[in-house]
Write a protein that binds this ligand. Structure first.
Ligand code: NAD
Ligand code: MG
Length: 399
């Protein structure tokens, strides 16, 4: 039976890779966490299974007809008490609900922005996996965190590692806290050692077969192009008040060091662990204490060596495009993100080659004027405009 100290959790994106890992951690701590709401876009069978197993108070699915189907199945399964709603309105409600103290933001892509912001504006503890939300609206998002007294805990493994290695107080400029640089590690993805000529013919399944991490398809492709590291560079700038120049990307193929913080006195603090998202998820859920996450202990003798290399931006232009978008500021990162989402989907649908992902993003950015990102309306308008433009360039094959 949950006690009064039980944290009530809304899990946005419960059927995804992060969603499933979060459920696994919560299942190990039934007294500490209670699922208030779970959400999914299209995977109604998977959401039904989660509802039958965890008996949340509420569930949200993409469409009205899927909500009807879910209600019927839940009644048949003896769980007719789960309140089912649908669409964006449903997502906003479960992010804002007064009963909830913790929201895990694990929807993929720009679709996660409004529900995540709703949680921030309701002053929740927000566990941020959805990096695209921060990339799109960084300044507005971080202002909202401060204004509404939300607690923002990064779940992306690199940012979680940096958070663990930074002093507790780190906002207001890194150098004020003795920090000289952030070392963002990257596995290099499945194609790190491949000759450039062979990358043109890469298939979606090859791109999604990450050597160290098991993830959703979109982020797996982002890892293969290294756009993921580009988005993470932008994410780190916002989360830690850093400039792109203060962030160094380090390729570390074993994915054991999850990132590092360099200090003015020459110290470098690293956070290590097996590549398992349950570690950062458990950290976010239990912060500032620690809980069991079900993760295998790190066996350094079995790993035996850790390698570090410099990234090659000529082979992975997405990293450069992301850094340039952050330097350009304003709505440029939102444009980059939107064009990338279109390009990755086209690649997964086999309408675009692997190397053309970067070309399409580059062409979209080149054809777009940067605006000041001073309101959410501007950000959403630029996001929509960039999607249309990327679709048009894709259709005309002009990139
Ligand atoms: P995924 O594709 O496995 O799951 C995405 C979830 O979002 C699913 O539950 C899906 O139903 C839901 N969803 C998809 N489109 C939606 C829409 N339009 N509206 C509402 N819900 C929608 O993705 P994932 O790999 O779990 O990644 C989730 C987020 O976490 C991403 O932003 C990703 O960058 C970030 N992240 C993931 C990992 C990882 O290991 N998977 C690591 C770091 C960060
Ligand atoms: Mg990451």
């Amino acid at each position: 039976m949950p006690s009064s100290s039980t944290r009530k959790v809304t899990l946005l994106g419960a059927t995804g890779s992060i969603g499933r890992s979060t459920l696994d951690v919560i299942a190990q701590q039934p007294d500490a966490y209670e699922l208030y709401a779970v959400t999914a876009h299209r995977s109604r069978e998977a959401l039904l299974d989660i509802c039958l197993r965890f008996a949340p108070t509420r569930a949200v699915i993409g469409t009205e007809s899927d909500a009807e189907w879910l209600r019927m199945q839940l009644r048949e399964g003896g769980r007719g008490d789960v309140d089912v709603s649908h669409g964006e309105a449903g997502l906003l409600e479960v992010s804002r609900a007064a009963e909830v103290d913790t929201v895990m933001a694990a929807i993929i892509g720009a679709a996660g922005l409004l529900p995540t912001l709703a949680a921030v504006e309701s002053g929740k503890r927000v566990l941020l996996a959805n990096k695209e939300a921060l990339v799109m609206s960084g300044g507005l998002f971080m202002d909202a965190v401060t204004r509404h007294g939300a607690t923002l805990l990064p779940i992306d493994s690199e940012h979680n590692a940096i958070y663990q290695c930074l002093p507790m107080q780190h906002r207001g400029g890194l150098s004020r806290h003795g920090v000289s640089r952030l070392l963002l590690t990257a596995s290099g993805g499945p194609f790190w050692k491949w000759p450039l000529a062979e990358l043109e013919a890469v298939t979606p399944d090859q791109a999604c077969a990450h050597p160290n991490w098991s993830m959703g398809r979109k982020i797996s492709v982002d890892s293969a192009t290294m756009m993921n590291k580009g988005l993470e560079l932008i994410e780190a700038c916002w989360l830690f008040d850093a400039t792109p120049a203060q962030i160094e990307v380090v390729v570390h193929p074993q994915s054991i060091v999850h990132s590092m913080v360099g200090y003015a006195d020459g110290s470098v603090l690293a956070q290590m662990g097996n590549p398992d998202m349950r570690t950062p998820i458990a950290y976010g859920l239990s912060w500032p204490s620690r809980i069991e996450a079900g993760v295998e202990p790190l066996d350094l003798f079995a790993i035996s060596r850790l390698d570090f290399e410099a990234p090659d931006e000529s082979r992975f232009p997405c990293l450069r495009l992301a850094r340039e978008a952050m330097q350009a500021g304003g709505t440029a990162p939102a444009t980059l993100n939107a064009a990338n989402e279109i390009a990755v989907q086209a690649f997964l649908d086999e309408k675009l080659s692997f190397l053309d992902i970067a070309r399409l993003v580059d062409a979209t950015l080149a054809a777009t004027e940067v605006r000041a990102a001073d309101s959410l309306d501007v950000v959403l308008c630029e996001d929509a405009r960039a999607r249309q433009l990327a679709e048009r360039l894709l259709h005309q094959r002009s990139f």
